[in-house]
Each structure stands twice: as structure tokens, then as C-alpha cells.
Design a protein. Sequence first.
Lengths: 102, 342
Amino acid sequence: MLKEYRKQREIQIKWTTITHLPPRQFTLSSHPRSAQQGTEAGVLYDAPHDGRFVYELRWTALPLKEDQAIEWNIVRPSDPQTVIVAHALSIEENDLLAFATW
Amino acid sequence: MLILDRLHFCRREAPGNLFLQIHLTQHSTQLPYPGLSSPTLDICDFQKSTGDRPIINLAIRGTNLAVIVRYASVQETSDHPWTGHLSVWNWKAGVKKCEKLDIPDTSHNTGLVFLREDILLHGSSLGLDLSLNVYHIPMSTPSAVACDLRLIEQLSLPSLKEEVEYVNPPLISFVNNPTTVPSFTESYNPKVTRLFTTDSLSSILVIEVMIDKGHDNWIYFFFIIHYRALLDRADRALFRHGNGQDTEARSVRWGEWGPEVTRMFWDYHDEYSVPLEAACRSRFFRRDGNIIEVYDFGADNPSGLGDKQRPRWDQFNNINGPAFPGDWFQDNQNYLLYFRLS
């Protein structure tokens, strides 16, 4: 499932923190990693985008088995018109997900 | 300055302006974080012009939340067409603790990482000069007005040669393992452990410098260093500031601090062959296709002292790129941090 999801979304799974940014309009760089995922404490994050903007964050616990089904938790801003432009995790220390919106 | 006309650290309801908020969510429940006076932080208001939006990045450690807002300067110059505002908030109290305004940059660098709850690292570039800016964050929250975020040291990375050609200026980011960075509590009580934090200060920080060669080709340089090495430097800088020996941030040349405690790798690829890198504790992982390489920076040699017989730089196994580090940097020195390739 994870492979399939990755293929569908053309994402890469990278064990890193969210220091890279979700894609945004008029970003100067066409860096191939501009759509980043991150993890802390075995949690995988994804910031799906419509080619320009990110409107929600998704996360799931990392699967233990290859064929394990994945259920994504979804976080959206209360105002659906706002765009998510950055996010950071402090799960173990604070049980905190912070995300920034315009 | 024209810059300040566009960014305001208070809410202005002008139509069409961008208003930056940070939403604080309890991860386990997906609900607004409990016990806060407000689950959102109002950061700033930005007067949007055609064609550009600010770039944002966040970092969290303990009660400190750092946010950088990086945007194209109105008055563009060839030296620093980007400017940035860096602020640190006590997210639990909902107040801004300190800030640094108008940080110039050649590129849209937004890389942030906490070395400790009171020490923040930010990568920046001015022309061909790349550096790590080390900031100190006060422990207490100011009662009235936020104070200046204090720059205590600037650590230079190797400078690029003038003849280096790139499409966009270099970008500095961090491939760090957030769970290995201690908070104040853990720093003073190191027996406190969490899932991934048994020996946090022996962990490595990976500093990534990305250079866009155009046509979907990128050169990456990875500078690997122990958190401990950077924290020791920061503590010494803090001591000098505390006793009045230093009144301003020192700029430290790369050759004075870097080669002894870092190892540099480089990588080259196009958009169709992007490898994955990760760090966990003292290990750096790199996956390319079906091959996973594990570089261990500490198991055999926790001191981090290097082997002077090793080559100046290391190239990942399957690289077939056009560049060689000696062609890129002005400072070609031996990189001495020890590692073992598993």
C-alpha cells in the first residue's frame, strides 16, 4: 500500500524532519524534493498538493509489514481557503503538531 | 526601509494581504492544543505583491517555537535579494520572546534547527559565502516587549569559488533527527530518556548545501558534524558574551572550526535519480535504488577525532557526476571526522 501510495503521488519517503517546505506558488526552486515528508517517532507525514498549494496534512504510523493497509489521518485548517505553508513536529516532547497558514 | 512596508508584526485587515498564523494542534487527538489561551499564534501580515509569496519554516524545541519568514526584497540588489525575519515564541504562553529583523540573504534560505532549547542554528548565504548563524534564546519570557534574538557566533562554511556556475544561489538545510535534540530538562538531567534519545549529544547533524545546476541537475554537499561539537562552541561563545569578552558575534572562518570536526560528502543527480538521505543518532543513511549505505559517526570513536590519512572528501559509491569538490570550494582542506562504513 505504501508503495502504491508513493507511486500514485510520486512521493519519496525520507526519514528526516520537516525542515523542507511544502510546495508553494512561485517558489523559485524546482528542487525535486520540494514535496517533503517527515517523521518523528515512527510517524510518516505527507503534504499533498494540487500542484500549487497544500490544503491539508496527512500522517500515518509507519507500517510494520509491506502489505499493511495504511490509514491516513488528515489535518485541515478550520478555514478551507487558507493554505498550509510550513509545519513542524514535536511529538515525543510535547505531543504537538504546529502548522503555519497564509 | 521599503522592506518594512510589506511585513507587519501585527494584524492588519487590508484586503488581499497575507496573514500568517501558526496553528497548535495536539498530535494524538488532532484537536486544538489544550490548556492554551489561544491555539493559534498571529505572526505577521504581509503585503502581497504580484508574483511572490514569503517562504516559511518552523522549528520547535521545548516551549520555544522558531519561525522564519523569508521573502524577496522589494529593492532587489545583486548581493542580497532576499530578506528574512526570525522570531521565537513561547508557544505555550502564546507570546513572542525575541526576534531578529531584516536578515539579508542571497537565497531563500529558511533552514532552522535547534541545537538545544536555547540555541538555534540558521543557515544563510551572502554571495559566495555560506555560514551557520548561531543564536541564543533567553530562557525567560519578556514581560513587555520582545527582545532582540542574539546572534552569538557565525560559523563559515567553505566559500564557493567565483567561477562556480549555478542557476539559483546555494540553499542550506538540515537533515536532522529531531528526537535526538535535548530540551533544557534533558540537558540538565541526562538520565531522562525517550524512545530515540539515549545518547542525544553524540548524535550527528547533517548540513546540506544544495546547488542548482539547471536542467534538473543538482549538486549536494553534506557536512556531517556532531551536535556536541556545535554545542560546545555555542557554550564557549555564550561564556565570552557573559563575561564581556565578546560584545558582538564572532565570525569564525571555516578552517578554524570545521575540518577537524566534520566529514563532507557530495552527491550529484538529476530529477530521475534522487537518492534518500536520513540521520538517526550517530548514523547517516543513504538509499539509492536497492542499496542502503550506513555511515556510522561515533560507534568506534565517540570523540569524533578524525583519521588524517583519509581523503579530503568522500564521494558516494555510485556517483558519476561532473563536479569535484576541489572545483567548487575555495577552502580545500582535509575533513577529519571519523566514520565507519557499515
